[in-house]
Design a protein around this ligand. Sequence first.
Ligand code: ADP
Length: 483
Amino acid sequence: MSALRPVLAVASECAPLVKTGGLADVVGALPAALAAQGWAIRTLLPGYRPVLKAVKRPRVAADLPDLMGAPARLLAGTVGGLDLLILDAPALYDRDGSPYLDAQGRDWPDNDARFAALDLAAALIAADGVKGWRPEVVHLHDWQAGFTPWFMRGLGATQPSVMTIHNIAFHGLTGADRLKPLGLPTDGFAMDGFEYYGHISALKAGLTGARVITTVSPTYAQELATEEFGMGLDGVIRARGHDLLGILNGIDTTAWDPTRDPAIRRFSAPGGKVANKRALRAEFGLSQAEGPLCVVVSRLSDQKGLDLLLAALPALTERGGQLALLGSGDRRLENAWLNAAAANPGHVGVRIGYDEGLSHRMFAGADAVLVPSRFEPCGLTQMYGLRYGAVPVVARTGGLADTVIHANAAALAVGCATGLTHRPGDAAALALALTQLCALWADRAVFPRLQRNAMKHPVGWEASAPRYAALYDRLAQERTETR
Ligand code: ADP
């Protein structure tokens, strides 16, 4: 028997098995980070094809002959240190495409049922346990896990739940007529439940149903309570202000370690980046240049502000700067960036797609990473940049504001600056930051120091894992006292 205390995590993504964004990285990293703090996380995932394929010799942990009208099973297994429960429900998950979209990029029409079933399975695990294992705390990630507390209530499961918001922009909305088919409690269809302007919101279900809400940076926790960033749920967030906590994400400092990374020419100081830079230029067809080599690794969506970067680009290229961009998503943005590359041969290189290995080579070779998001709950790529000496140039919002120390005169004077920050949502402010970057880069006394500071900045889970553990401890203790 493990001496660690049991937690059930419920999520729709988990790196390295299935990933569309930072959510997967965090869900994949928390188990190792929390094990060192006395908590053993078991993660419940949908049985997508790649997940089932990755788990060798899974054991059947429970049969669920009628989970929302179809047969399903809970499988147990481990992959690379992750302890998994997998909801094997072929009618819901046995299909090609991404976790949320079909091959044409449209939402699966049954996404509400796909994730409500996951939540019901989570509640059954909390209520009945699986093979003698029962969680003390249930940790829910984003809207896909949002109905869990409501199902738990219906089944009499009293464990405390934590709802972590990785991005409040995604609500998991569905029609009110789905109340019965999804098996949701009718009393939840109310203002203080999951009703949202006549619809059902899975995210709101999580926000109103969970014992505590966390989000992935302290600044985003503050922003969520404002109309500008709350995406229509700021009122709910304000009402739950006493139960809201911002805990900064970390990155996997083993996978992202410039001294050991097998994908790059390894280095431990900024000077060691030269060979990576040469290789990166060659890979993107960029020439020699008299300015900084910048990279972007990102989903191409409105959130990420890459349309603003298109507008601000001349501030970089006119000063000899270069840009290599890797991303995919919005077709309009993909085409706009391909056009920008065609218009700036040798100076702007664009790769449309998703490529983990290439992203490592980009951070290794870059002088700077650009993250001009309109909003950013935490953001991971600025932290990869810090770790690999690619100075982050970021919008001052959410986790970006919490991880980068702006190189103003004061910070430069005391030697603590790690990057540049600028006003979010403002192409002129971004252009100014790019101009500043070029000036700093040209100062051979200053720029390597900035890179060294960046590389020293702590970006792992050292600070945040104990905060999650303290939260679990407190909630478990509270439950003991109220019994
Ligand atoms: P978000 O979750 O909003 O997409 P984050 O910065 O939190 O943004 O996390 C994005 C994650 O996905 C990072 O690990 C980043 O490196 C990775 N990523 C995004 N786009 C690509 C891509 N085209 N190729 C490789 N990795 C990518």
